[in-house]
Design a protein around this ligand. Structure first.
Ligand code: MEZ
Length: 487
């Protein structure tokens, strides 16, 4: 059957569906649902990746192979530094830029090295917004509780407290730098409600929040003339006889040579692991998301936290094929988009946490209620036209211009046609264990952003990533700089 004929099924059942109430899951049902259908829980839940991996456990084996792999550096490498600095930041996304700017602002000498170009990162692709409790009816405490609930109560309390409390000052900093957040007619910040949140808390820049934040941060890094090493991939960290981190070795991808950078402190802001396609899943991640920070930190002796848990974003595109895995922003569900199976039924509260929504989609597909494309891919409908019907004409065009353009290139008009979706590997929930200043158990080694773990527990709440990057980018930058100054 052709995709347009399939779409008819959805259009025909729309009226009937509007009268339906969506199923409500009691807490026990939700747990069972996740345990049975969520990819993490089916393969790796509750197991340590380091000790005694279960041979049938694909995630565990894939991660262990990665972390325990051999070094590509020969022991005879001349370690005379090519560059010397106070603070070395590795990674050119949101956390890396925030760290570099804050460290530089203290007067420290800073080098920012990145495997690709400055700004190439998942941060630029973050669509749905940034959770910060700025609304009068909201508070950091409510933000804390929502995040804890979403993370299955396994979040590191200290990290979480710091993140929600620092949020409002981060919004102020970004606005002062020039980020254009959406505003209401009266000029106040416009906040939206996101999945898993009890209050409207999402600051947005239309559907390209990450791109807008990165536009400003990149400009600032360039304007401040922070020293950049682009196309330099970090391959090993250096340490002294005390085990303290003292710099890094890079492969210069332009000149095919190894570059040694000596630093008083090192901040890894290298992002996640999606591009390794754990368990063969498609991914929403950029090409550089290959778990570099995890490997580098692990090899120098840093502890990891919750590393067996990944987030599968419910709405990865399934059709058209060119967009497989690409994100269809949660913002669409926040605005009223519905998920619909092949029988035309809604089967989950679309604004539940991502693990619940993803598990429900997988359940529908595994139990035969999914929609199959001609090439054999299976998914469910994300019914965006409903959004226009409920929220007035032009909602899709107004709120999701970037998404519309992405799909229009392949002949799909998301203001008229539903989109076929299936969960996509989106986020590394766990990572390197850090303290409230982003420092690891290895002295002078800091990790910020997605490469770090603990903050989000077993499931990150939407919009908490951009805040995480800014808060721990800042904290790592300031602490690393002050450490370097006191040496
Ligand atoms: O936090 C995210 O990952 C996010 C908001 C993604 C999205 O759906 O746009």
């Amino acid at each position: 059957m052709d995709i347009h004929a399939l779409q008819q099924i959805v259009h025909q059942t729309r009226d009937a569906r509007r009268k339906q109430t969506i199923p409500k899951f009691a807490p026990a049902d939700r747990d069972q649902l996740i345990h049975k259908y969520h990819p993490d829980y089916r393969t790796s839940a509750y197991r340590s990746i380091r000790f005694g991996p279960n041979k049938n456990d694909k995630t565990v084996v894939e991660l262990a192979a990665l972390l325990e792999g051999d070094s590509s550096i020969s022991e005879s490498l001349d370690l005379t530094p090519h560059y010397t600095t106070d603070v070395l930041v590795v990674g050119g996304g949101g956390a890396g830029c925030a760290a570099a700017l804050h460290a530089y602002g203290t007067g420290a000498k800073v080098i920012l090295a990145t495997k690709l170009r400055l700004g190439d990162s998942n941060s630029v692709m973050a669509q749905g917004g940034m959770q910060i409790s700025v609304a009068p009816e909201d508070s950091p405490v409510t933000h804390f509780l929502d995040t804890l609930k979403g993370g299955h109560m396994q979040n590191d309390h200290e990290l979480l407290k710091v993140m929600v409390e620092d949020g409002p000052s981060i919004a102020k900093w970004l606005i002062e730098l020039g980020v254009l957040f959406d505003r209401q007619a009266d000029g106040n910040l416009h906040v939206k409600k996101g999945g898993g949140s009890s209050k409207p808390r999402l600051l947005t820049c239309s559907d390209y929040t990450g791109l807008e934040i990165m536009r400003v941060l990149k400009d600032e890094v360039l304007n401040q003339k922070i020293q950049l090493l682009e196309f330099c991939a970090a391959v090993e960290l250096l340490s002294d006889d005390n085990g303290h981190c003292t710099g890094a070795i890079f492969k210069d991808l332009d000149n095919h040579r190894q570059v040694v950078v000596a630093a008083k402190s090192v901040i890894l802001a290298t992002g996640g692991i999606g591009r390794l396609h754990i368990q063969g899943f498609p991914t929403s991640n950029h090409y550089g998301a290959t778990g570099d920070g995890l490997c580098l930190s692990y090899r120098i002796g840093a502890k990891l936290d919750h590393i067996d848990t990944f987030q599968y974003h419910p709405s990865g595109a399934v059709y058209p094929e060119q967009l497989i895995g690409a994100l269809v922003t949660e913002g669409i569900r926040s605005e009223g988009g519905h998920l619909v199976n092949a029988k035309g039924e809604r089967f989950v509260n679309e604004l539940d946490t991502r693990d619940v929504v993803s598990s429900s989609i997988i359940r529908e597909c595994e139990e035969g209620r999914g929609i199959r494309t001609m090439s054999g891919r299976v998914g469910v409908w994300l019914d965006t036209p409903l959004l226009d019907a409920e929220h007035g004409p032009g909602t899709v065009e107004k709120h999701f211009p970037a998404m519309m353009m992405q799909f229009e290139r392949f002949g799909i008009d998301i203001s008229k046609d539903p989109v076929l979706i299936y969960p996509t590997l989106h986020y590394q929930n766990g990572g390197v264990k850090i303290d409230a200043n982003s420092e690891t158990n290895v002295k002078n080694l800091f990790v910020a952003g997605e490469a770090s773990g603990g903050l989000h527990g077993r499931n990150r709440l939407m919009g908490n990533s951009l805040l995480d990057l800014m808060v721990f980018g800042k904290r790592s930058g300031l602490t690393a700089a002050s450490r370097a100054g006191s040496m």
